[in-house]
Design a protein around this ligand. Structure first.
Ligand code: F6P
Length: 317
């Protein structure tokens, strides 16, 4: 193996992972190319050489220096073959893909259908990659959302108000549950769980009779919206509500120490795996140790145990 390439999606900690990939590769005497704009750049032949100094001072930078893009064409055989032709034309012997389920599915196609050596690095704020306990970017996203919840709590308490906060997570309520637990929130709505709104409204009315005046309710975007929940609560209780939709601010920003260290470990391990011929899978942290998980060994959907955390939230709130 003499030359590898690295392709990314974006979230906090991805740049720290690129840095780890490039510096580990250089230390091993490998050449590295960055693929610009994700799979779209792979199909269009957009590559940039990367060396030790190309990744200076990016460890604390959010987003991805390689940029990224949606690439529906990569779902077609024509797109996949164009990508492969570009890798071969540049004499690239192995590819590292840093991203979430969509990016890793693409990596799996290249590995399993075309036999190209690929190693995946899980990076997604949703933390929903099957077989992976912690993806890069997830810890930062929760901390960003928690900072917002803490600030909203100040106003909620002072004005004795109900706030509904919408966080990201289209198919997975991981961020919502973490933020609700860490922020001491009173309720959480997740795509995975059917919480009865009427029961919450009764709880609010009952709380209000006892003098409890401020509430923070978290909703994952995959469940519904902050505005829908807030209007239903106001309608049922007659109490004033306010909403905050956090959106993409959760995906960007300075990565936490935890995400930077995870990125360093996984980026490093991905190069080692490629160089040692362990390909067709992803690297992950497993009980404090980095291990390799073949793509085929992971399930399609990550199922997280939420009942016990939900119970904990309700007992403590
Ligand atoms: O998968 C990560 C994620 O940030 C989700 O939480 C969110 O629903 C989605 O991506 C947003 O995608 P886009 O940036 O394409 O709107």
């Amino acid at each position: 193996m003499t030359k590898i390439a690295v392709l990314t999606r974006d979230c906090a900690g991805v740049n720290a992972a690129i840095r780890a990939v490039v510096r580990t590769a250089v230390a091993r005497g490998l050449l590295v190319e960055g693929v610009l704009r994700g799979y779209r750049g792979l199909m269009d032949g957009e590559f940039v050489p990367l060396e030790h100094r190309s990744v200076s001072n990016i460890i604390g930078l959010g987003g991805t220096i390689l940029k990224t893009a949606r690439a529906d064409r990569f779902r077609t055989e024509e797109g996949q073959k164009a990508a492969l032709a570009n890798l071969r034309a540049r004499a690239i012997d192995g590819l590292i893909v840093i991203g979430g389920n969509g990016s890793l599915a693409g990596a799996r196609v290249l590995a399993e259908q075309y036999g190209f050596p690929v190693v995946g690095v899980p990076a997604t704020i949703d933390n929903d990659v099957p077989g992976v306990e912690s993806a890069i970017g997830a810890d930062t996203a929760v901390n960003v959302a928690l900072d917002a919840v803490d600030k909203l709590r100040d106003t909620a308490t002072s004005l004795e108000r109900i706030f509904v906060v919408e966080v990201m997570g289209r198919e997975c309520g991981w961020i919502a549950m973490q933020v609700a637990l860490a922020g001491g929130c009173e309720e959480v709505f997740l795509p995975e769980k059917n919480v009865v709104l009427g029961a919450l409204c009764e709880e609010i009315k009952e709380g209000s009779r006892r003098g409890k005046a401020s509430w923070i309710i978290v909703v994952a975007e995959g469940h519904s919206s902050a505005s829908a929940i807030a209007s239903s609560v106001t309608e049922a209780t007659g109490l004033e509500t306010r909403i905050a939709v956090l959106g993409h601010i959760q995906r960007g920003g300075r990565p936490t120490a935890m995400d930077r260290i995870l990125a360093a470990r996984l980026g490093h391990a991905a190069v080692e795996a490629l160089a040692e011929g362990r390909t067709g899978g992803l690297v992950r942290l497993d009980c404090g140790r980095v291990t390799f998980l073949p793509f085929g060994a992971a399930g399609e959907v990550k199922t997280t145990e939420i009942e016990s955390d939900y119970h904990l939230l309700k007992v403590l709130s």
